[in-house]
Ligand binder design. Structure first.
Ligand code: ADP
Length: 408
């Protein structure tokens, strides 16, 4: 069966076409700069990449371009889009309701719409992708895979904030956590690399990309995670502040900052970009730091320090800690930062193998010494494969419209 995986964001639509269950990637690509005057389509198949300028004022048009590209005479890989047997969508927020992937029906769409209130930047483009694919592929099973689902096992003691309980009851203000598809995949791979069952490991998974989150996985299940009610909480990220004293916002409001400007400040102007004043991109910051730009070094130091603090906190939560796994563009590639994060952590049982760390770039590897009580791994994430598997599984079940439990 051909399964199309769609990850529709506010400014880009990424896609993968799989032959399942072989997990063979037939084509993949993205439409970037959605909403701008000229959008850029990059489409790869075999060893070829085809790029084209397209007009995609919204997610709908971008999805249509993707489907049209898949059946083009020159660069397409299908004769007809009817060959697509199922479509899987990454959906960011599933609230407390969705503990796993589900076949999309009107009820599911209504729920995703409802949770747009909690994820205004993410759920609306996710929904637009679902609607656009549904319009072109009527009758084809569509599946929603939620970033929040893996974290629905987090206990109340970890998901409640120190706010009046009524706010949880009335508005469901609590920690939800994100990147769950990635944390789940990486935790499973870490267990496999240790030769253990998926419920037999305690691991701290560090997803470090443009967005960053750290998760404590106890016996295969998420028990705490650094992102919270929204993806703003936790460690500082490319442009997001991460944790801060909420009183800072009241203070700035008194100084004349509007709620909207505070939102922009915390989401778009903070984190690595805000501290360095130079860039949100780790590659640039590493380069600038090497050239002696102090604020670039400072931003990297703050970033690594805050990740260390979360690792320390989650080591206390997990006792005994079996492994730490790094993933995401930064976690998979930035050996220098992994070394800085794990430096002098012998008290926690972490002994990094420096040569192994330096050569582990973008590939699965153990980067702790053989004797290290806590294993440290680099594990490239593969969210799209997780989505393709759940989608294929649900689309081929005899009784459709059921859910897969992603909690453990
Ligand atoms: P997203 O969260 O958007 O999927 P990625 O996981 O691709 O983002 O991560 C983007 C981050 O990874 C950027 O900060 C980028 O600088 C960093 N990154 C990517 N490749 C490397 C590399 N070779 N060395 C250091 N950092 C890298």
């Amino acid at each position: 069966m051909q399964v199309l995986v769609i990850n529709a964001g506010s400014s880009s639509v990424k896609y993968y076409l799989y032959r399942m269950p072989q997990a063979e990637v037939l084509a993949k690509g993205s439409v970037e700069r959605v909403g701008e005057k000229v959008s850029k389509l990059a489409h790869s198949f075999g060893d070829r990449t085809w790029t084209s300028d397209v007009s995609a004022p919204g997610v709908e048009e971008a999805v249509h371009f993707v489907l049209d590209t898949l059946v083009r005479d020159d660069v397409g890989v299908l004769d007809d889009i009817a060959e697509i047997g199922a479509v899987g969508h990454r959906v960011v927020h599933g609230g407390e309701e969705f503990t796993g992937s589900v076949v999309i029906d009107d009820r599911v769409i209504a729920s995703i719409e409802k949770y747009a209130d909690l994820a205004p930047l993410h759920n609306p483009p996710n929904l637009a992708g679902i609607r656009a694919a549904g319009a072109r592929l009527p009758g084809v099973t569509q599946v929603a895979c939620f970033d929040t689902a893996f974290h629905t096992t987090i206990p109340q003691v970890a998901y409640l904030y120190g706010l009046p309980y009524q706010l949880y009851e009335k508005y469901r203000i609590r920690r939800y956590g994100f990147h769950g598809i990635s944390h789940r995949y990486v935790a499973r791979r870490a267990a496999a690399l240790m030769g253990r069952g998926k419920y037999e490991v305690n691991v701290i998974t560090c997803h470090l990309g443009n967005g960053c989150s750290i998760t404590a996985v106890k016996e295969g299940r998420s028990v705490d995670t650094s992102m919270g009610f929204t993806p703003l909480e936790g460690v500082p990220m490319g442009t997001r502040s991460g944790d801060l004293d909420p009183a800072i916002l009241f203070y700035l409001a008194d100084k004349g900052y509007s709620p909207q400007s505070l939102k922009t400040l915390c989401n778009k102007e903070s984190g690595l970009l805000g501290i360095s004043g130079l860039s949100n991109d780790i590659r640039n910051l590493l380069q600038l730091s090497a050239e002696g730009r102090e604020r670039a070094t400072l931003a990297l130091d703050v970033f690594c320090y805050r990740i260390r603090k979360y690792i320390g906190a989650y080591a206390a939560v997990l006792e005994p800690l079996d492994a730490i796994a790094f993933t995401g563009g930064i976690g998979e590639n930035a050996a220098q930062l992994r070394e800085q994060i794990c430096r002098n952590m012998s008290q926690l049982g972490v002994h990094l193998d420096r040569p192994a760390n330096e050569t582990a770039i973008g590939a699965e590897a153990q980067i702790s010494t053989p004797a290290s009580p806590v294993k440290v791994f680099v594990i490239p994430t593969n969210e799209q494969l997780g989505i393709a598997k759940d989608t294929c599984d649900l689309a081929t079940r005899e009784r459709p419209a059921v859910a897969i439990d992603n909690r453990g």
